[in-house]
Design a binder for this molecule. Structure first.
Ligand SMILES: NC(=O)c1ccc[n+]([C@@H]2O[C@H](COP(=O)([O-])OP(=O)(O)OC[C@H]3O[C@@H](n4cnc5c(N)ncnc54)[C@H](O)[C@@H]3O)[C@@H](O)[C@H]2O)c1
Length: 418
């Protein structure tokens, strides 16, 4: 039983998952409520187009991959049950979870306590669903998660069109686990995929999938918004412009590769991004086209700073010293134009925090000269660490990487660098 798997829902994700594990040598049961689909699969016909996968179906059906009409047989014989049912857009834009809840309910009918079956949600579900919706539901059905059954989510990153290759050669396997024991079981069945496995909290597992999809949708809408701006301005070859954008070294190379931009922090600054985003937004508005994404980009850049100042001030007393680490807008630069540090320091002072000391490996002189702020400056990292009870990292300088072990200080790593 330990190597047997049931896959509930045989759509793009479910059938690919079922065949992927079959191909790796596991015994897999497939179950779907759509009889027409099941009939096709039984006859070796793939119910959707995916290059080369029909061959794999033909090879595995009735060998490692068994289609079952009775869920009882499948669940009773399997250790792992993957839920790959649809989660379409429901009322008010919320994810419709009925299919998932029904599939779990059906499954639990055949689960006996003491067998420690592992229930794995592969469907895409909004962060907190496994923890706040599925876990309580399982417990209402009389099972204790972590004792009677294991519960996890395992987001799928395959792309239709190259689903097989994406599944069989994944770049990462993410397991959102309810407990470590469950995570270890799932890790074991994925070892043969030779991909890095990351075991994270239930909410993180779900969040990663949305992080990925919303980034993709944002990039597409952003590109479309820019194409509309280009149309309004006129005489711009949109295709050529995007091709030239794609040549940018940042897509591929070190040190400032694209992933350093798709990373949270305390807002973009410097000479170019704030003024250029503002300028193209204003140009577009002047031409009668409201660039909503760019407006939001500017708004979020403002909001994130207030959000973080509020977060810090909830934990800091006004009598305590605040140490600011980093004054330049980014590391390896002494440019302090539009730097988040200026905003943070001014805002802290405005809210009654006068005990501020700042340090930057390169930008102190520029900062002092440009902004006449009533704060102290430290000559080195040691001085600021000795003086301040609270440390706020505003620039991700390499030099700051080693400060994480200091216990008697509150450290606000606003660049997520430690
Ligand atoms: N399609 C993709 O590229 C992709 C990629 C990653 C993740 N996802 C996510 O994976 C999930 C499944 O997506 P899909 O494209 O495979 O959907 P799909 O609609 O192709 O397949 C879902 C299948 O589940 C079956 N089903 C519904 N209720 C069932 C039940 N109680 N028992 C058994 N089977 C049941 C349906 O009949 C259907 O065949 C969704 O949450 C989706 O967001 C999809």
């Amino acid at each position: 039983m330990i190597n047997k798997i049931t896959v509930m829902g045989l759509g793009f994700v479910g059938l690919t998952t079922a065949l992927g594990f079959s191909e790796k040598g596991y015994k897999v049961y497939g179950y779907d409520i759509n009889c027409e689909k099941v009939e096709k699969i039984k006859n070796g016909i793939l119910p959707f187009y995916e290059k080369s996968m029909e061959e794999i179906l033909k090879k595995n059906i009735n060998n490692n991959f068994l289609l079952v009409d009775s869920l009882k047989e499948a669940v009773e014989n399997s250790k792992f049950i993957f839920f790959c049912v649809g989660t379409p857009c429901g009322e008010g834009g919320k994810a419709e979870l009925t299919y998932l809840i029904n599939a779990i309910k059906e499954t639990l009918k055949y689960v006996k306590k003491g067998q420690y079956k592992i229930l794995i949600i592969k469907s895409t579900v909004p962060p907190s669903t496994t923890k706040n919706r599925v876990k309580p539901f399982i417990e209402e059905c009389g099972f204790i998660v972590g004792e009677d059954v294991g519960l996890a989510n395992n987001p799928e990153f395959l792309r239709e069109g190259c689903a097989w290759d994406d599944f069989i050669n994944p770049d990462r396997i993410v397991i959102g686990q309810s407990d470590e024991n469950t995570g270890r079981y799932i890790e074991e069945i994925y070892k043969c995929f030779n991909a890095p496995i990351y075991k994270v909290s239930l909410n993180t597992g779900e969040f990663v999938k949305y992080l990925s999809n919303t980034l993709l949708s944002t990039m597409i809408s952003f590109s479309n918004e820019m194409s509309m701006i280009a149309c309004e301005v006129g005489d711009i070859n949109i295709k050529e412009a995007f091709k030239l954008l794609h040549i940018d070294k940042r897509w591929f190379g070190e040190p400032a590769k694209m992933s350093t931009y798709v990373y949270p922090g305390c807002g973009f600054g410097g000479y170019c991004l704030p003024k250029d985003t503002q300028a193209i937004y204003s140009l577009s508005k002047g031409n009668g086209f409201e660039a909503k994404i760019l407006r939001s980009v500017l708004d979020v850049n403002n909001d994130i700073k207030y959000y973080l100042v509020n977060k810090v001030l909830k934990e800091v007393k006004s009598s305590e010293y605040i140490g600011i680490l980093g004054l330049s807008f980014k590391p390896n630069s002494d440019d302090i134009r539009e730097t988040p540090a200026k905003f943070f320091i001014e805002e802290l002072i405005k809210r009654g925090h006068y005990n501020i000391i700042a340090y930057d490996p390169l930008a102190i002189d520029n900062f002092k000269k440009s902004y006449d702020l009533p704060i102290k400056y430290a000559k080195d990292l040691e001085e600021i660490m000795n003086k301040a009870e609270n440390i706020i990292i505003l620039t991700a300088w390499n030099e700051f990487k080693n400060i994480s072990n200091i216990e008697d200080k509150k450290i606000f790593d606003l660049r997520y660098m430690l």
